[in-house]
Design a protein around this ligand. Sequence first.
Ligand code: 3PG
Ligand code: MG
Length: 399
Amino acid sequence: MPRFKTIDDLDVKGKRVLVRLDLNVPVKDGKVSDATRIDRSAGTIKDLAAKGGKVILLSHFGRPKDGPDPSQSLKPVLSSIEAATGLKVAFANDCIGPEAEAAVAKMKDGEILLLENTRFHKGEEKNDPAFVKALAKLGDAYVNDAFSAAHRAHASTEGVAHLMPSAAGRAMEAELKALSKALEAPERPVVAVVGGAKVSTKLDLLGNLLGKVDALVIGGAMANTFLAAEGIAVGKSLYEKDLLPTARDILDSAKKKGVALILPRDVVIAAEFKPMAAAKTVAANAVPADMMILDVGPGALADLAARFETARTVVWNGPLGAFETPPFDQGTNAAARQVAMLTKMGALVSVAGGGDTVAALANAGADDDFTYVSTAGGAFLEWLEGKDLPGVKALEKSA
Ligand code: 3PG
Ligand code: MG
Protein backbone atom coordinates (compact mmCIF):
# COMPACT_ATOMS: atom_id res chain seq x y z
CA MET A 1 0.00 0.00 0.00
CA PRO A 2 1.58 3.28 -1.04
CA ARG A 3 2.05 5.77 1.73
CA PHE A 4 0.60 9.14 0.94
CA LYS A 5 -1.28 11.93 2.66
CA THR A 6 -4.98 12.45 2.14
CA ILE A 7 -6.90 15.69 2.21
CA ASP A 8 -7.64 15.05 5.89
CA ASP A 9 -3.93 15.66 6.54
CA LEU A 10 -3.87 19.04 4.80
CA ASP A 11 -4.65 22.35 6.42
CA VAL A 12 -6.64 24.03 3.67
CA LYS A 13 -8.68 26.75 5.40
CA GLY A 14 -8.01 30.04 3.61
CA LYS A 15 -5.40 28.28 1.45
CA ARG A 16 -5.23 28.09 -2.31
CA VAL A 17 -5.43 24.38 -3.16
CA LEU A 18 -4.38 23.20 -6.63
CA VAL A 19 -6.47 20.13 -7.39
CA ARG A 20 -5.41 17.95 -10.32
CA LEU A 21 -8.41 16.14 -11.75
CA ASP A 22 -8.70 13.98 -14.84
CA LEU A 23 -11.31 15.96 -16.77
CA ASN A 24 -10.26 14.21 -19.96
CA VAL A 25 -13.83 12.94 -20.37
CA PRO A 26 -15.76 12.13 -23.54
CA VAL A 27 -17.51 15.20 -24.95
CA LYS A 28 -20.09 14.99 -27.75
CA ASP A 29 -21.60 18.12 -29.38
CA GLY A 30 -20.26 20.33 -26.61
CA LYS A 31 -21.68 18.13 -23.83
CA VAL A 32 -20.01 15.64 -21.51
CA SER A 33 -21.32 12.20 -22.55
CA ASP A 34 -19.83 10.23 -19.63
CA ALA A 35 -19.22 12.10 -16.38
CA THR A 36 -17.91 9.14 -14.35
CA ARG A 37 -14.49 10.67 -13.76
CA ILE A 38 -16.07 13.96 -12.66
CA ASP A 39 -18.58 12.23 -10.38
CA ARG A 40 -15.79 10.26 -8.70
CA SER A 41 -13.94 13.50 -7.85
CA ALA A 42 -16.99 15.41 -6.64
CA GLY A 43 -16.28 14.41 -3.03
CA THR A 44 -12.78 15.86 -3.22
CA ILE A 45 -14.04 19.19 -4.52
CA LYS A 46 -16.89 19.39 -2.00
CA ASP A 47 -14.71 18.42 0.97
CA LEU A 48 -12.04 20.98 0.13
CA ALA A 49 -14.63 23.72 -0.39
CA ALA A 50 -16.40 22.80 2.86
CA LYS A 51 -13.10 23.07 4.72
CA GLY A 52 -12.74 26.64 3.45
CA GLY A 53 -10.10 26.02 0.81
CA LYS A 54 -9.89 28.02 -2.38
CA VAL A 55 -10.33 25.14 -4.79
CA ILE A 56 -8.40 25.57 -8.04
CA LEU A 57 -9.06 22.81 -10.55
CA LEU A 58 -6.40 21.73 -13.03
CA SER A 59 -6.61 19.17 -15.83
CA HIS A 60 -5.53 18.30 -19.32
CA PHE A 61 -8.08 17.65 -22.04
CA GLY A 62 -7.31 15.77 -25.25
CA ARG A 63 -3.92 16.01 -26.85
CA PRO A 64 -3.57 19.54 -28.25
CA LYS A 65 -0.37 19.77 -30.24
CA ASP A 66 0.18 23.48 -30.81
CA GLY A 67 -0.93 25.63 -27.94
CA PRO A 68 -4.49 26.81 -27.26
CA ASP A 69 -7.12 25.07 -29.39
CA PRO A 70 -10.76 26.06 -28.77
CA SER A 71 -11.92 22.56 -29.76
CA GLN A 72 -10.00 21.19 -26.76
CA SER A 73 -11.11 23.73 -24.18
CA LEU A 74 -12.20 22.56 -20.72
CA LYS A 75 -15.10 25.02 -20.78
CA PRO A 76 -17.77 22.44 -21.80
CA VAL A 77 -16.83 20.41 -18.72
CA LEU A 78 -17.60 23.21 -16.26
CA SER A 79 -21.36 22.66 -16.06
CA SER A 80 -20.78 18.94 -15.38
CA ILE A 81 -18.59 19.84 -12.40
CA GLU A 82 -21.33 22.12 -11.13
CA ALA A 83 -23.90 19.36 -11.63
CA ALA A 84 -21.73 16.77 -9.86
CA THR A 85 -20.97 18.99 -6.85
CA GLY A 86 -24.01 21.26 -6.68
CA LEU A 87 -21.53 24.14 -6.38
CA LYS A 88 -20.79 27.17 -8.55
CA VAL A 89 -17.55 27.02 -10.54
CA ALA A 90 -15.72 29.98 -12.13
CA PHE A 91 -13.48 29.69 -15.20
CA ALA A 92 -10.20 31.27 -16.31
CA ASN A 93 -9.00 31.12 -19.92
CA ASP A 94 -5.46 30.19 -18.99
CA CYS A 95 -3.89 27.95 -16.34
CA ILE A 96 -0.87 30.19 -15.65
CA GLY A 97 0.03 33.86 -16.09
CA PRO A 98 -1.85 37.12 -15.44
CA GLU A 99 -5.36 35.85 -16.25
CA ALA A 100 -5.07 32.81 -13.97
CA GLU A 101 -3.37 34.85 -11.23
CA ALA A 102 -6.09 37.51 -11.30
CA ALA A 103 -8.84 34.88 -11.14
CA VAL A 104 -7.17 33.17 -8.17
CA ALA A 105 -6.58 36.49 -6.38
CA LYS A 106 -10.33 37.17 -6.50
CA MET A 107 -11.30 33.87 -4.86
CA LYS A 108 -12.92 33.72 -1.45
CA ASP A 109 -12.64 30.75 0.90
CA GLY A 110 -14.75 27.82 -0.29
CA GLU A 111 -14.94 29.04 -3.89
CA ILE A 112 -14.07 26.92 -6.93
CA LEU A 113 -12.19 27.94 -10.05
CA LEU A 114 -11.52 25.82 -13.14
CA LEU A 115 -8.41 26.70 -15.10
CA GLU A 116 -8.09 26.09 -18.84
CA ASN A 117 -6.43 22.95 -20.31
CA THR A 118 -2.90 22.54 -18.94
CA ARG A 119 -1.78 21.02 -22.26
CA PHE A 120 -2.28 24.40 -23.98
CA HIS A 121 1.27 24.99 -22.69
CA LYS A 122 4.12 22.84 -23.99
CA GLY A 123 5.70 22.94 -20.52
CA GLU A 124 2.96 20.65 -19.16
CA GLU A 125 3.99 17.45 -20.94
CA LYS A 126 7.68 18.34 -20.71
CA ASN A 127 7.34 18.84 -16.96
CA ASP A 128 9.29 22.02 -17.61
CA PRO A 129 10.53 23.63 -14.36
CA ALA A 130 9.47 27.14 -15.46
CA PHE A 131 5.93 25.95 -16.17
CA VAL A 132 5.82 23.96 -12.93
CA LYS A 133 6.82 27.12 -11.09
CA ALA A 134 4.17 29.18 -12.85
CA LEU A 135 1.52 26.66 -11.74
CA ALA A 136 2.94 26.45 -8.22
CA LYS A 137 2.70 30.22 -7.90
CA LEU A 138 -1.09 29.81 -7.87
CA GLY A 139 -1.30 27.42 -4.91
CA ASP A 140 -0.31 26.76 -1.30
CA ALA A 141 -1.12 23.04 -1.39
CA TYR A 142 -1.62 20.34 -4.02
CA VAL A 143 -4.15 17.55 -4.25
CA ASN A 144 -3.92 14.89 -6.95
CA ASP A 145 -7.21 13.14 -7.71
CA ALA A 146 -6.26 11.98 -11.20
CA PHE A 147 -5.16 8.33 -10.93
CA SER A 148 -5.98 7.86 -14.61
CA ALA A 149 -3.32 10.45 -15.54
CA ALA A 150 -0.79 9.31 -12.90
CA HIS A 151 1.28 7.37 -15.46
CA ARG A 152 2.26 10.74 -16.97
CA ALA A 153 5.20 12.59 -15.40
CA HIS A 154 3.77 15.96 -16.39
CA ALA A 155 3.93 19.31 -14.62
CA SER A 156 0.41 19.18 -13.18
CA THR A 157 0.51 15.44 -12.35
CA GLU A 158 4.02 15.21 -10.96
CA GLY A 159 6.12 18.38 -10.98
CA VAL A 160 3.93 20.52 -8.74
CA ALA A 161 3.80 17.85 -6.02
CA HIS A 162 7.47 18.50 -5.26
CA LEU A 163 6.93 22.20 -4.55
CA MET A 164 4.23 22.20 -1.88
CA PRO A 165 2.42 20.02 0.68
CA SER A 166 0.66 17.37 -1.37
CA ALA A 167 -2.05 14.79 -0.83
CA ALA A 168 -4.24 12.29 -2.64
CA GLY A 169 -7.84 13.28 -3.32
CA ARG A 170 -10.75 11.01 -2.41
CA ALA A 171 -10.93 9.22 -5.78
CA MET A 172 -7.16 8.67 -5.89
CA GLU A 173 -7.31 7.35 -2.33
CA ALA A 174 -10.13 4.92 -3.14
CA GLU A 175 -8.39 3.76 -6.30
CA LEU A 176 -5.04 3.11 -4.60
CA LYS A 177 -6.75 1.25 -1.76
CA ALA A 178 -8.70 -0.95 -4.16
CA LEU A 179 -5.66 -1.70 -6.30
CA SER A 180 -3.56 -2.52 -3.30
CA LYS A 181 -6.22 -4.93 -2.04
CA ALA A 182 -6.23 -6.64 -5.42
CA LEU A 183 -2.54 -7.27 -6.07
CA GLU A 184 -0.25 -6.07 -3.29
CA ALA A 185 -1.81 -7.84 -0.35
CA PRO A 186 -4.67 -9.85 -1.85
CA GLU A 187 -6.65 -12.65 -0.33
CA ARG A 188 -5.86 -15.84 -2.24
CA PRO A 189 -6.51 -17.46 -4.59
CA VAL A 190 -6.14 -14.55 -7.00
CA VAL A 191 -7.54 -15.03 -10.51
CA ALA A 192 -6.56 -12.58 -13.23
CA VAL A 193 -8.65 -12.33 -16.37
CA VAL A 194 -6.78 -10.80 -19.28
CA GLY A 195 -8.51 -10.37 -22.61
CA GLY A 196 -8.29 -8.11 -25.61
CA ALA A 197 -6.86 -8.35 -29.06
CA LYS A 198 -3.11 -8.44 -28.75
CA VAL A 199 -0.51 -10.29 -26.72
CA SER A 200 2.08 -7.78 -27.95
CA THR A 201 0.54 -4.89 -25.98
CA LYS A 202 0.32 -6.98 -22.79
CA LEU A 203 3.69 -8.67 -22.49
CA ASP A 204 4.85 -6.71 -19.44
CA LEU A 205 1.46 -7.08 -17.87
CA LEU A 206 1.40 -10.87 -18.31
CA GLY A 207 4.96 -11.12 -17.00
CA ASN A 208 4.11 -9.16 -13.86
CA LEU A 209 0.84 -11.02 -13.23
CA LEU A 210 2.55 -14.42 -13.47
CA GLY A 211 4.53 -13.45 -10.40
CA LYS A 212 1.44 -12.46 -8.42
CA VAL A 213 -1.61 -14.52 -9.26
CA ASP A 214 -2.68 -18.13 -8.81
CA ALA A 215 -4.57 -18.43 -12.08
CA LEU A 216 -4.39 -16.43 -15.28
CA VAL A 217 -7.37 -16.65 -17.61
CA ILE A 218 -6.63 -15.60 -21.18
CA GLY A 219 -9.46 -14.52 -23.45
CA GLY A 220 -10.10 -12.44 -26.53
CA ALA A 221 -8.04 -12.71 -29.69
CA MET A 222 -5.00 -12.92 -27.40
CA ALA A 223 -6.08 -16.45 -26.55
CA ASN A 224 -5.88 -17.39 -30.25
CA THR A 225 -2.17 -16.60 -30.23
CA PHE A 226 -1.71 -18.88 -27.21
CA LEU A 227 -3.77 -21.66 -28.81
CA ALA A 228 -1.67 -21.35 -31.97
CA ALA A 229 1.47 -21.46 -29.82
CA GLU A 230 0.27 -24.82 -28.53
CA GLY A 231 0.10 -26.05 -32.11
CA ILE A 232 -3.66 -25.72 -32.45
CA ALA A 233 -5.03 -24.59 -35.83
CA VAL A 234 -7.09 -21.42 -35.35
CA GLY A 235 -8.49 -21.11 -38.89
CA LYS A 236 -9.16 -17.53 -40.00
CA SER A 237 -8.93 -16.20 -36.43
CA LEU A 238 -7.04 -13.04 -35.61
CA TYR A 239 -3.72 -13.92 -34.01
CA GLU A 240 -0.13 -12.71 -33.84
CA LYS A 241 2.15 -15.04 -35.77
CA ASP A 242 5.40 -13.38 -34.72
CA LEU A 243 4.42 -13.66 -31.05
CA LEU A 244 4.22 -17.45 -31.04
CA PRO A 245 7.66 -17.99 -29.45
CA THR A 246 6.84 -15.36 -26.84
CA ALA A 247 3.51 -17.02 -26.09
CA ARG A 248 5.36 -20.34 -25.67
CA ASP A 249 7.75 -18.66 -23.20
CA ILE A 250 4.81 -17.34 -21.22
CA LEU A 251 3.20 -20.80 -21.14
CA ASP A 252 6.50 -22.29 -19.88
CA SER A 253 6.96 -19.58 -17.32
CA ALA A 254 3.43 -20.15 -15.97
CA LYS A 255 4.16 -23.85 -15.62
CA LYS A 256 7.43 -23.17 -13.75
CA LYS A 257 5.75 -20.71 -11.42
CA GLY A 258 2.81 -23.01 -10.73
CA VAL A 259 0.32 -20.53 -12.16
CA ALA A 260 -2.66 -22.11 -13.91
CA LEU A 261 -2.81 -20.49 -17.33
CA ILE A 262 -6.29 -21.09 -18.60
CA LEU A 263 -7.13 -21.05 -22.30
CA PRO A 264 -10.63 -21.67 -23.66
CA ARG A 265 -11.30 -25.37 -24.27
CA ASP A 266 -14.16 -24.49 -26.58
CA VAL A 267 -14.90 -21.43 -28.67
CA VAL A 268 -17.68 -19.67 -30.54
CA ILE A 269 -16.87 -19.38 -34.24
CA ALA A 270 -18.35 -17.79 -37.35
CA ALA A 271 -17.44 -17.55 -41.01
CA GLU A 272 -17.62 -13.76 -40.89
CA PHE A 273 -17.18 -11.09 -38.25
CA LYS A 274 -20.45 -9.18 -38.35
CA PRO A 275 -23.39 -8.55 -36.01
CA MET A 276 -25.58 -11.58 -35.54
CA ALA A 277 -23.40 -13.71 -37.80
CA ALA A 278 -24.39 -17.38 -37.76
CA ALA A 279 -22.31 -18.73 -34.88
CA LYS A 280 -21.56 -22.17 -33.55
CA THR A 281 -19.56 -23.70 -30.75
CA VAL A 282 -16.70 -26.12 -31.36
CA ALA A 283 -13.81 -27.53 -29.34
CA ALA A 284 -10.83 -25.15 -29.45
CA ASN A 285 -8.87 -27.75 -31.45
CA ALA A 286 -11.60 -28.19 -34.05
CA VAL A 287 -11.82 -24.78 -35.70
CA PRO A 288 -12.35 -25.23 -39.47
CA ALA A 289 -9.87 -23.46 -41.75
CA ASP A 290 -12.51 -21.05 -43.07
CA MET A 291 -13.94 -20.02 -39.68
CA MET A 292 -12.78 -17.61 -36.99
CA ILE A 293 -12.90 -17.60 -33.20
CA LEU A 294 -14.95 -14.69 -31.83
CA ASP A 295 -15.81 -15.68 -28.26
CA VAL A 296 -15.23 -18.30 -25.58
CA GLY A 297 -17.61 -21.26 -25.45
CA PRO A 298 -19.78 -22.74 -22.66
CA GLY A 299 -17.11 -25.26 -21.63
CA ALA A 300 -14.61 -22.44 -21.20
CA LEU A 301 -17.19 -20.54 -19.17
CA ALA A 302 -17.71 -23.56 -16.94
CA ASP A 303 -13.93 -23.68 -16.32
CA LEU A 304 -13.99 -20.00 -15.43
CA ALA A 305 -17.02 -20.41 -13.20
CA ALA A 306 -15.19 -23.09 -11.22
CA ARG A 307 -12.18 -20.78 -10.79
CA PHE A 308 -14.30 -17.85 -9.70
CA GLU A 309 -16.21 -20.04 -7.21
CA THR A 310 -13.05 -20.62 -5.18
CA ALA A 311 -11.32 -17.29 -5.85
CA ARG A 312 -11.04 -14.61 -3.16
CA THR A 313 -9.74 -11.93 -5.52
CA VAL A 314 -10.38 -11.28 -9.21
CA VAL A 315 -8.45 -8.76 -11.30
CA TRP A 316 -9.96 -8.13 -14.72
CA ASN A 317 -8.61 -6.43 -17.82
CA GLY A 318 -10.07 -6.81 -21.28
CA PRO A 319 -13.03 -8.63 -22.85
CA LEU A 320 -13.15 -12.39 -23.48
CA GLY A 321 -14.67 -12.05 -26.95
CA ALA A 322 -15.64 -9.50 -29.59
CA PHE A 323 -18.06 -7.93 -27.08
CA GLU A 324 -19.05 -4.97 -29.22
CA THR A 325 -20.60 -7.27 -31.81
CA PRO A 326 -23.38 -9.52 -30.46
CA PRO A 327 -23.72 -12.44 -30.06
CA PHE A 328 -19.97 -12.43 -29.36
CA ASP A 329 -20.48 -10.53 -26.10
CA GLN A 330 -22.03 -13.55 -24.40
CA GLY A 331 -18.88 -15.03 -22.91
CA THR A 332 -17.77 -11.72 -21.43
CA ASN A 333 -21.29 -11.05 -20.16
CA ALA A 334 -21.71 -14.40 -18.44
CA ALA A 335 -18.28 -14.35 -16.79
CA ALA A 336 -18.58 -10.72 -15.70
CA ARG A 337 -22.05 -11.27 -14.26
CA GLN A 338 -20.82 -14.21 -12.21
CA VAL A 339 -17.94 -12.17 -10.77
CA ALA A 340 -20.37 -9.34 -10.02
CA MET A 341 -22.71 -11.75 -8.23
CA LEU A 342 -19.94 -13.36 -6.17
CA THR A 343 -18.70 -9.88 -5.24
CA LYS A 344 -22.17 -8.84 -4.16
CA MET A 345 -22.39 -11.96 -1.98
CA GLY A 346 -19.13 -10.96 -0.31
CA ALA A 347 -17.31 -14.03 -1.63
CA LEU A 348 -14.56 -12.10 -3.37
CA VAL A 349 -12.95 -8.75 -4.11
CA SER A 350 -13.07 -7.75 -7.78
CA VAL A 351 -11.13 -4.97 -9.44
CA ALA A 352 -11.33 -4.12 -13.13
CA GLY A 353 -10.00 -1.46 -15.45
CA GLY A 354 -8.07 -0.50 -18.53
CA GLY A 355 -9.20 0.32 -22.04
CA ASP A 356 -12.31 -1.52 -23.21
CA THR A 357 -12.93 -3.15 -19.86
CA VAL A 358 -15.31 -0.60 -18.40
CA ALA A 359 -17.41 -0.64 -21.58
CA ALA A 360 -17.42 -4.45 -21.62
CA LEU A 361 -18.55 -4.68 -17.98
CA ALA A 362 -21.16 -1.96 -18.46
CA ASN A 363 -22.45 -3.85 -21.52
CA ALA A 364 -22.83 -6.88 -19.25
CA GLY A 365 -24.63 -4.79 -16.63
CA ALA A 366 -21.96 -6.01 -14.20
CA ASP A 367 -19.94 -2.85 -13.50
CA ASP A 368 -21.97 -1.65 -10.50
CA ASP A 369 -21.33 -4.78 -8.48
CA PHE A 370 -17.58 -5.08 -8.93
CA THR A 371 -15.68 -3.92 -5.83
CA TYR A 372 -13.91 -1.29 -7.89
CA VAL A 373 -13.97 -0.39 -11.57
CA SER A 374 -11.15 1.94 -12.48
CA THR A 375 -11.79 4.77 -14.92
CA ALA A 376 -8.14 4.57 -15.93
CA GLY A 377 -6.89 3.20 -19.23
CA GLY A 378 -3.13 3.47 -19.59
CA ALA A 379 -2.53 4.10 -15.88
CA PHE A 380 -4.38 0.90 -14.92
CA LEU A 381 -2.35 -1.12 -17.43
CA GLU A 382 0.93 0.32 -16.15
CA TRP A 383 -0.15 -0.52 -12.63
CA LEU A 384 -0.89 -4.11 -13.78
CA GLU A 385 2.59 -4.12 -15.30
CA GLY A 386 3.98 -3.41 -11.84
CA LYS A 387 5.37 -0.05 -12.88
CA ASP A 388 5.70 2.93 -10.59
CA LEU A 389 3.27 5.67 -11.55
CA PRO A 390 5.04 9.04 -11.41
CA GLY A 391 1.95 10.86 -10.11
CA VAL A 392 1.61 8.40 -7.22
CA LYS A 393 5.36 8.31 -6.55
CA ALA A 394 5.43 12.09 -6.18
CA LEU A 395 2.65 11.92 -3.56
CA GLU A 396 4.55 9.26 -1.62
CA LYS A 397 7.70 11.34 -1.72
CA SER A 398 5.83 14.38 -0.50
CA ALA A 399 4.43 12.37 2.45
C1 3PG B 1 -6.76 9.09 -20.21
O1 3PG B 1 -7.83 9.52 -20.63
O2 3PG B 1 -6.40 7.91 -20.38
C2 3PG B 1 -5.91 10.00 -19.36
O3 3PG B 1 -6.56 11.20 -19.16
C3 3PG B 1 -4.55 10.20 -19.97
O4 3PG B 1 -4.64 10.86 -21.20
P1 3PG B 1 -3.40 10.79 -22.20
O5 3PG B 1 -3.30 9.37 -22.64
O6 3PG B 1 -3.70 11.75 -23.31
O7 3PG B 1 -2.17 11.19 -21.41
MG1 MG C 1 -5.23 7.32 -22.85
